[in-house]
Write a protein that binds this ligand. Structure first.
Ligand SMILES: [Zn+2]
Length: 248
Protein backbone atom coordinates (compact mmCIF):
# COMPACT_ATOMS: atom_id res chain seq x y z
CA UNK A 1 0.00 0.00 0.00
CA UNK A 2 1.32 3.39 -0.97
CA UNK A 3 2.35 5.89 1.67
CA UNK A 4 2.77 9.62 2.13
CA UNK A 5 6.03 10.22 3.99
CA UNK A 6 7.41 13.56 5.11
CA UNK A 7 11.11 13.95 5.84
CA UNK A 8 11.56 17.17 7.70
CA UNK A 9 14.44 19.18 9.05
CA UNK A 10 16.18 22.53 9.12
CA UNK A 11 18.07 23.96 6.19
CA UNK A 12 21.42 22.29 5.59
CA UNK A 13 20.39 18.98 7.19
CA UNK A 14 20.85 16.93 4.01
CA UNK A 15 17.26 16.75 2.77
CA UNK A 16 18.04 17.01 -0.92
CA UNK A 17 20.90 14.54 -0.55
CA UNK A 18 18.47 12.07 1.00
CA UNK A 19 15.87 12.83 -1.69
CA UNK A 20 18.38 11.91 -4.39
CA UNK A 21 19.55 8.83 -2.48
CA UNK A 22 15.93 7.74 -2.10
CA UNK A 23 15.39 8.13 -5.85
CA UNK A 24 18.53 6.12 -6.53
CA UNK A 25 17.52 3.27 -4.18
CA UNK A 26 14.06 2.92 -5.68
CA UNK A 27 15.39 3.13 -9.25
CA UNK A 28 17.89 0.39 -8.42
CA UNK A 29 14.94 -1.85 -7.52
CA UNK A 30 13.38 -1.24 -10.92
CA UNK A 31 10.80 1.25 -9.72
CA UNK A 32 9.90 4.34 -11.74
CA UNK A 33 9.55 7.75 -10.20
CA UNK A 34 9.00 11.41 -10.95
CA UNK A 35 11.04 14.12 -9.21
CA UNK A 36 9.56 17.49 -8.29
CA UNK A 37 11.15 20.54 -6.73
CA UNK A 38 10.48 24.20 -6.19
CA UNK A 39 12.97 27.05 -5.93
CA UNK A 40 15.98 24.76 -5.63
CA UNK A 41 19.25 26.61 -4.95
CA UNK A 42 20.55 25.43 -8.34
CA UNK A 43 17.60 27.03 -10.15
CA UNK A 44 14.36 25.82 -11.66
CA UNK A 45 13.76 22.20 -12.62
CA UNK A 46 16.57 20.77 -10.54
CA UNK A 47 17.21 18.95 -7.28
CA UNK A 48 20.69 19.75 -6.07
CA UNK A 49 22.47 18.44 -3.04
CA UNK A 50 25.05 20.34 -1.07
CA UNK A 51 27.39 17.41 -1.68
CA UNK A 52 27.45 18.25 -5.38
CA UNK A 53 24.82 15.97 -6.95
CA UNK A 54 22.33 17.51 -9.36
CA UNK A 55 19.37 15.82 -10.99
CA UNK A 56 16.70 17.32 -13.28
CA UNK A 57 13.27 17.66 -11.69
CA UNK A 58 9.86 19.01 -12.62
CA UNK A 59 9.44 22.54 -11.26
CA UNK A 60 6.37 23.03 -9.07
CA UNK A 61 4.55 26.34 -9.62
CA UNK A 62 1.66 27.70 -7.52
CA UNK A 63 -0.79 26.50 -10.18
CA UNK A 64 0.74 23.02 -10.61
CA UNK A 65 -1.87 20.32 -10.07
CA UNK A 66 -0.18 17.05 -9.06
CA UNK A 67 -3.28 15.01 -9.82
CA UNK A 68 -3.45 16.36 -13.40
CA UNK A 69 0.36 16.25 -13.81
CA UNK A 70 0.54 12.54 -12.91
CA UNK A 71 -2.68 11.56 -14.70
CA UNK A 72 -1.35 13.03 -17.95
CA UNK A 73 1.92 11.12 -17.59
CA UNK A 74 0.10 7.87 -16.92
CA UNK A 75 -2.26 8.45 -19.84
CA UNK A 76 0.80 8.87 -22.06
CA UNK A 77 1.98 5.46 -20.91
CA UNK A 78 4.37 6.28 -18.10
CA UNK A 79 4.53 3.91 -15.17
CA UNK A 80 4.83 5.78 -11.89
CA UNK A 81 5.59 3.94 -8.65
CA UNK A 82 6.75 6.87 -6.55
CA UNK A 83 7.09 10.62 -6.48
CA UNK A 84 9.87 12.62 -4.82
CA UNK A 85 8.84 16.11 -3.70
CA UNK A 86 11.76 18.26 -2.67
CA UNK A 87 11.39 21.74 -1.12
CA UNK A 88 7.84 20.70 -0.20
CA UNK A 89 7.56 23.57 2.28
CA UNK A 90 6.96 25.83 -0.72
CA UNK A 91 3.98 23.79 -1.99
CA UNK A 92 0.46 25.04 -1.35
CA UNK A 93 -2.01 23.35 0.99
CA UNK A 94 -4.05 22.30 -2.06
CA UNK A 95 -1.00 20.70 -3.63
CA UNK A 96 -0.33 18.64 -0.49
CA UNK A 97 -4.00 17.57 -0.55
CA UNK A 98 -3.51 16.48 -4.18
CA UNK A 99 -0.45 14.46 -3.17
CA UNK A 100 -2.44 12.67 -0.46
CA UNK A 101 -5.07 11.80 -3.07
CA UNK A 102 -2.35 10.55 -5.42
CA UNK A 103 -1.21 8.17 -2.66
CA UNK A 104 -4.70 6.89 -1.84
CA UNK A 105 -6.25 6.68 -5.29
CA UNK A 106 -3.33 6.11 -7.64
CA UNK A 107 -1.41 3.94 -5.18
CA UNK A 108 1.77 5.95 -5.77
CA UNK A 109 4.27 6.47 -2.91
CA UNK A 110 4.94 10.13 -2.20
CA UNK A 111 8.17 11.10 -0.44
CA UNK A 112 8.10 14.73 0.65
CA UNK A 113 11.22 16.59 1.82
CA UNK A 114 11.03 19.99 3.38
CA UNK A 115 11.99 22.54 5.97
CA UNK A 116 9.47 22.57 8.79
CA UNK A 117 9.48 26.20 9.89
CA UNK A 118 10.56 29.53 8.49
CA UNK A 119 12.98 32.14 9.84
CA UNK A 120 10.24 33.45 12.16
CA UNK A 121 9.90 29.92 13.64
CA UNK A 122 6.42 29.59 12.02
CA UNK A 123 5.45 26.47 10.10
CA UNK A 124 5.44 26.74 6.33
CA UNK A 125 1.87 26.01 5.06
CA UNK A 126 3.12 23.13 2.89
CA UNK A 127 5.00 21.54 5.79
CA UNK A 128 2.08 22.05 8.16
CA UNK A 129 -0.27 20.28 5.76
CA UNK A 130 2.24 17.45 5.31
CA UNK A 131 2.50 17.00 9.08
CA UNK A 132 -1.30 16.91 9.22
CA UNK A 133 -1.71 14.37 6.43
CA UNK A 134 1.43 12.22 6.28
CA UNK A 135 1.35 8.55 7.21
CA UNK A 136 4.73 9.12 8.79
CA UNK A 137 6.89 12.15 9.59
CA UNK A 138 10.58 11.55 9.97
CA UNK A 139 12.96 14.12 11.38
CA UNK A 140 16.22 13.78 9.49
CA UNK A 141 19.12 12.15 11.24
CA UNK A 142 21.87 14.23 9.68
CA UNK A 143 21.72 17.16 12.00
CA UNK A 144 22.69 20.69 11.15
CA UNK A 145 24.71 22.49 13.79
CA UNK A 146 24.55 25.95 15.28
CA UNK A 147 27.80 27.96 15.39
CA UNK A 148 27.97 27.09 19.11
CA UNK A 149 28.11 23.38 18.27
CA UNK A 150 24.63 22.50 19.53
CA UNK A 151 22.04 20.89 17.31
CA UNK A 152 20.49 23.54 15.06
CA UNK A 153 16.72 23.44 15.27
CA UNK A 154 15.80 26.82 13.75
CA UNK A 155 16.40 28.74 10.55
CA UNK A 156 17.56 32.33 10.74
CA UNK A 157 17.34 34.81 7.88
CA UNK A 158 19.95 37.50 7.54
CA UNK A 159 19.71 40.65 5.44
CA UNK A 160 23.12 42.11 4.74
CA UNK A 161 24.47 39.94 7.52
CA UNK A 162 21.99 41.04 10.18
CA UNK A 163 19.41 38.59 11.50
CA UNK A 164 15.80 39.60 10.83
CA UNK A 165 12.54 38.17 12.17
CA UNK A 166 10.11 40.00 9.89
CA UNK A 167 9.55 39.92 6.15
CA UNK A 168 8.01 37.75 3.44
CA UNK A 169 7.99 34.06 4.29
CA UNK A 170 9.57 33.10 1.02
CA UNK A 171 12.76 34.82 -0.06
CA UNK A 172 15.26 32.58 -1.74
CA UNK A 173 18.74 32.66 -0.27
CA UNK A 174 21.28 30.17 0.91
CA UNK A 175 23.21 29.17 3.98
CA UNK A 176 26.97 29.57 4.06
CA UNK A 177 26.90 32.16 1.29
CA UNK A 178 26.37 35.54 2.88
CA UNK A 179 27.52 37.31 -0.27
CA UNK A 180 25.82 35.04 -2.77
CA UNK A 181 25.01 37.14 -5.87
CA UNK A 182 22.05 34.87 -6.73
CA UNK A 183 20.51 35.55 -3.35
CA UNK A 184 20.89 39.26 -3.98
CA UNK A 185 19.19 38.87 -7.35
CA UNK A 186 16.33 36.94 -5.77
CA UNK A 187 15.86 39.66 -3.22
CA UNK A 188 15.75 42.26 -5.96
CA UNK A 189 13.18 40.25 -7.85
CA UNK A 190 10.76 40.67 -4.97
CA UNK A 191 9.96 44.01 -6.59
CA UNK A 192 8.99 47.32 -5.08
CA UNK A 193 6.58 45.88 -2.50
CA UNK A 194 6.94 46.21 1.25
CA UNK A 195 9.33 44.17 3.36
CA UNK A 196 13.03 44.28 4.15
CA UNK A 197 13.96 42.31 1.05
CA UNK A 198 12.75 45.10 -1.20
CA UNK A 199 13.60 48.10 0.90
CA UNK A 200 17.23 48.52 -0.14
CA UNK A 201 18.62 51.09 -2.51
CA UNK A 202 20.61 50.32 -5.62
CA UNK A 203 21.59 46.66 -5.72
CA UNK A 204 19.25 45.57 -2.96
CA UNK A 205 20.08 43.77 0.23
CA UNK A 206 21.69 40.35 0.32
CA UNK A 207 19.53 37.66 1.90
CA UNK A 208 21.21 34.72 3.56
CA UNK A 209 20.20 31.92 5.89
CA UNK A 210 21.84 30.28 8.86
CA UNK A 211 20.84 27.38 11.08
CA UNK A 212 20.86 28.10 14.81
CA UNK A 213 19.94 26.39 18.07
CA UNK A 214 16.78 27.76 19.69
CA UNK A 215 18.73 29.70 22.32
CA UNK A 216 20.72 31.64 19.75
CA UNK A 217 17.71 32.10 17.47
CA UNK A 218 15.83 33.68 20.38
CA UNK A 219 18.85 35.87 21.19
CA UNK A 220 19.37 36.65 17.51
CA UNK A 221 23.01 35.67 17.69
CA UNK A 222 24.36 34.46 14.37
CA UNK A 223 27.90 33.28 13.68
CA UNK A 224 28.76 36.77 12.51
CA UNK A 225 27.51 38.59 15.59
CA UNK A 226 28.36 35.94 18.14
CA UNK A 227 32.15 35.38 18.37
CA UNK A 228 32.83 38.63 20.24
CA UNK A 229 29.90 38.03 22.57
CA UNK A 230 31.04 34.49 23.00
CA UNK A 231 34.54 35.62 23.97
CA UNK A 232 33.12 38.10 26.44
CA UNK A 233 31.35 35.26 28.16
CA UNK A 234 34.62 33.40 28.62
CA UNK A 235 35.77 33.97 32.21
CA UNK A 236 39.48 33.11 32.04
CA UNK A 237 41.13 36.17 30.47
CA UNK A 238 39.04 38.61 32.46
CA UNK A 239 38.34 37.29 35.94
CA UNK A 240 41.91 37.11 37.26
CA UNK A 241 42.55 40.71 36.16
CA UNK A 242 39.41 41.89 37.87
CA UNK A 243 40.47 40.15 41.06
CA UNK A 244 43.93 41.66 40.85
CA UNK A 245 42.65 45.13 40.32
CA UNK A 246 40.26 44.57 43.17
CA UNK A 247 43.19 43.89 45.48
CA UNK A 248 45.05 46.95 44.32
ZN1 LIG B 1 23.70 27.96 19.41
Amino acid sequence: MAELLFFSGTMDCGKSTLALQMDHNHKARGRRGVLFSSHDRAGESMISSRLGLQVPAVEVFPDTDFWVELTVRQTMGARIDYVICDEAQFYTVDQIDQLARVVDEMDIDVFGFGITSDFRTRLFPGSQRLIELADRVQVLQVEALCWCGKRATHNARTVDGVMVVEGDQMVVGDVDQPLDPDAATSAEEQGPGPGPAASGEGRGPVVGYETLCRRHHMRRQTARTSPSLYLNEMPLPFEPKQRESGRI
